[in-house]
Structures are given as C-alpha cells and as structure tokens.
Design a protein around this ligand. Structure first.
Ligand SMILES: Nc1nc2c(c(=O)[nH]1)N[C@H]1C(S)=C(S)[C@@H](COP(=O)(O)O)O[C@H]1N2
Ligand SMILES: [Mo]
Length: 222
C-alpha cells in the first residue's frame, strides 16, 4: 500500500492531516531514552479524559455477540475464537498508562483480558515467528514484534475499568500494547497474523514509526 492509497469509508481528512504531521516532523530531533521515573513520556501532556480516535468506522454493537478473532500465520494451530472462547482462557488484569502520538496521555487504565503470551502459547508459535499484525474491523492494521507483544502486559482486552469494552474504545475486543504509543493498540480486533518479518501497518505505511516507543519519541519514521 502506498501513502496515497485510499481505503473506502474512512475519514480521509483525518488521515490526510496525520500524514502531513508525519511528514512535517520526519527527521526532527526527538528525546531519546527519556527518564522513565518521569511518568509522563517526553512531549506528552496529561489529560483526565480518554479521547476517542480512529478511522471513523466502528462496528455496530449488535455485531458483538457473534464476534470472532482469527489467529493465523506462523502458528501451529490456526484458530478462530469466539469472545466466549477467548474469555474462557486465563484472564489477566493490568493497570497501564496510555500515550497517544497526538501528545495526550491518560493514566491508570484498567484492562482485563487474555495475555498475548498465553494466547500464543495456546496456538503454538512456529519456528521463525518474530512479529504479529493486528487487524481491525475497520481495515486498520498495525505491526508489533513478538518481543513487545508477548510480555506480562501485552493483551487482548475485553474489559476496560471493569466494564465490557465500549465500541468507542475498540469493543468488543482490542489489542493492548501499553508500553508503545496508542496506535499499536488495535481496536475492534478481528485477526492476528503471526509473521517472520516486520510488515508495516496502516499508520506505519503513512509515515509513523515502525516501533513506537514513547520514551524514545518514536512518533514518526526517521
Ligand atoms: N481498529 C483501529 N484501531 C486503532 C485505530 C483505528 O483507527 N482503528 N487508531 C489507533 C490510534 S491512532 C489511536 S491514538 C488509538 C486511540 O484509541 P482510543 O480511541 O481508545 O483513544 O487507537 C488506535 N487503534
Ligand atoms: Mo493516534
């Protein structure tokens, strides 16, 4: 996919605006290895709300009951899970801060769901597997290394702050990679593809950083 390719139905002016920002900031100096004892990563501003940002295509909640998440690619047993099947796997709760590349951060979100580590162990990784790609209902994709995903906090979240995840924040299920910028946390998750190389996702093909570590200000491609 090229930078200019249009995806039907998405908010094109939102996307065009972000591409422009990525181009403007490309190669500009950023903080590296910021002090993690400062809870707020460099260039971020703390907000007390949890803004909603996406391409503008959200699934109708009527779809939630029959939602499925497919795990494909370099796994031993490719499998399609219903929400109930996912919910019946070992459940984990985490509390994490959320850092958006558009410079707001919000603290102490409580996510509950299934650790990617547990899920990947369940389906079995094939030799050579190094990365995954999250796919959203809206056609959104984002790439994450297994090193960043299969941690003790990387998860598929079903609940936010004790409530079923709302449509606005990515319900019924969302990938959560809390140590990276929020664009790596794919909403309305429908599929995970495990790969043996790093393939760029929606924003990564449009000028965003391949990795996205807020403590190194990995906002845009260098
Ligand atoms: N499926 C999907 N997931 C997505 C996005 C999207 O457009 N579609 N946007 C990403 C971006 S850029 C951000 S900042 C966060 C915003 O999450 P929020 O709306 O819960 O704040 O979702 C990320 N995950
Ligand atoms: Mo974002």
């Amino acid at each position: 996919m090229t930078m200019s390719e249009e995806v039907p139905g998405i908010n094109q002016s939102y996307v065009a605006g972000k591409i422009k920002i990525a181009q403007t900031f490309r190669g500009k100096p950023v903080a590296h290895d910021a002090e993690r004892s400062n809870r707020l990563p460099p260039g971020q501003r703390l907000v007390s709300t949890f803004p909603v940002l996406d391409l503008g295509i959200q699934p109708h909640p009527q779809r939630f009951a029959n939602w499925q998440v497919e795990i494909a690619g370099l796994v031993n047993t490719p499998q399609t899970f219903s929400l109930d099947e996912l919910a019946s796997l070992a459940r984990t709760e985490i509390t994490a801060d959320f850092h958006c590349v558009t410079r707001w951060s919000t603290y102490d979100l409580q996510w509950e769901g299934v650790l990617l580590r547990d899920l990947l162990q369940h389906v079995g990784l094939q030799e050579g597997a190094t990365h995954l790609i999250f796919h959203g209902f809206d056609g959104y994709t984002t790439n994450v290394s297994l090193e960043e995903a299969a941690t003790d906090t990387g998860m598929l979240a079903l609940l936010l702050n004790g409530e079923p995840l709302s449509r606005e924040h990515g319900g019924p299920i969302r990938g959560i990679i809390p140590q990276l910028y929020g664009w790596k946390s794919a909403k309305f998750l429908t599929k995970i593809t495990v790969t043996n190389h790093d393939e760029l996702g929606f924003w990564e093909t449009r000028g965003y950083h391949q990795h996205g570590d807020p403590w190194n200000e990995e906002r845009y491609a260098e």
